[in-house]
Write a protein that binds this ligand. Structure first.
Ligand SMILES: [Fe+2]
Ligand SMILES: [Fe+2]
Length: 329
């Protein structure tokens, strides 16, 4: 019985080798974040206008236009004020050519910078209340960890309903338990910096096809959680705050297993899907990779987050993400 912990999901050697190599190959580049001032790590935390890009389609599968792009934006940023759509020629990682349509959503952001986790469909934007950059960051992380709990419980239910191996179902349930612990840890760090964790608000789930489940797994698991696992491991090495190093060391190992689960789900599902469905899943993964790349390129972290929380600077984050590219393609 006790061996279950080590066998599910199976270890993904390629993933682990890639992550281990990245952690030593990417230099902790000099600080390129926003100046933090001399307030000992407590930066007044102000929200402000922000812009996010999305490759998502309309609910009916149509391509968004300037007239209807609010539908796409409001799914992810509920406080979107305006949006516009841009198209450009795209070269995919496999060398294929196409047209990429990006919806840009302009919204009011409570700010903060967080490593990525598995976020469920229908998640509503949080309102973080904090006076320090570190407090705001950990509050946002705790909120994302809490949001990952229903995402994994839904994944477990759906895997069971679609006849997936029991090992994958159990691994998804166990991951939900991990995220409960991560929520507690990040919440404690947030409170240490005077911040409170916002409630997770979710629109009710509705049933969906296997393909839709796998598309979400591709974006949230194979891309965002895989990158989140790398970032957590990076923080465990680079945070100046000893408590962050210690806690993130434990979390990083869990997150690596969550990434392994995402890839195991992807591999199992590939056998159930048609070639056309598999191609759509692959495209979703590649698009999610580029969306994350774009978001990282636009972000500017306060120095205190790079130093105390150990977050990778913008350049380091881009190096880490691009190092995952061979897995994603
Ligand atoms: Fe987590
Ligand atoms: Fe996770």
């Amino acid at each position: 019985m006790h061996s279950r912990r080590n066998s599910l999901p199976p270890r993904n050697r390629r993933l682990r080798r890639t992550v281990a190599r990245l952690l030593v190959a990417v230099p902790a580049l000099s600080l390129t974040g926003c100046p933090s001032g001399d307030d000992g790590g407590c930066i007044p935390y102000d929200g402000g206008p922000a812009r996010g890009g999305s490759y998502e389609t309309l609910l009916d599968g149509g391509v968004p236009t300037n007239e209807n792009c609010m539908e796409v934006c409001l799914r992810r940023w509920t406080n979107t004020e305006r949006c516009e759509v841009q198209t450009s020629p795209a070269t995919y990682l496999d060398g294929g050519q196409g047209v990429s349509t990006t919806t840009y959503c302009h919204y009011y952001s409570p700010g903060g910078c967080a490593s990525d986790g598995r976020l469920p469909e229908g998640l509503l934007e949080p309102r973080v209340e904090a006076h320090c950059a570190l407090g705001a960051h950990f509050a946002q992380v705790a909120w994302m960890e809490a949001a990952s709990v229903p995402a994994f419980l839904r994944l477990a239910d759906e895997l069971k309903a679609h006849g997936a191996p029991e090992g994958l179902v159990r691994a998804a349930r166990r991951s939900a338990g991990d995220e409960v612990r991560h929520t507690r840890v990040a919440g404690a760090l947030a409170r240490r910096h005077g911040a409170s964790v916002p409630e997770v608000e979710l629109r009710p789930f509705s049933s969906r096809s296997l393909e839709d489940m796998v598309l979400e797994n591709a974006r949230e698991g194979c891309v965002r959680e895989t990158f989140g696992a790398v970032v957590a491991a990076w923080q465990a090495r680079h945070a100046q705050d000893a408590q962050v190093r210690e806690e993130l060391g434990r979390i990083a190992e869990d997150e690596l297993r969550h990434a392994e689960l995402a890839w195991a789900v992807d591999a199992w599902a590939a056998e159930q899907l048609t070639p056309a469905e598999r191609q759509r899943v692959r495209t979703a993964r590649i698009e999610a990779f580029h969306e994350l790349e774009r978001l990282l390129a636009e972000q500017a972290l306060e120095d205190v987050l790079i130093q105390q929380a150990g977050l990778p600077s913008r350049d380091a984050a881009l190096h880490l993400l691009r190092g995952l590219q061979p897995l994603i393609a």
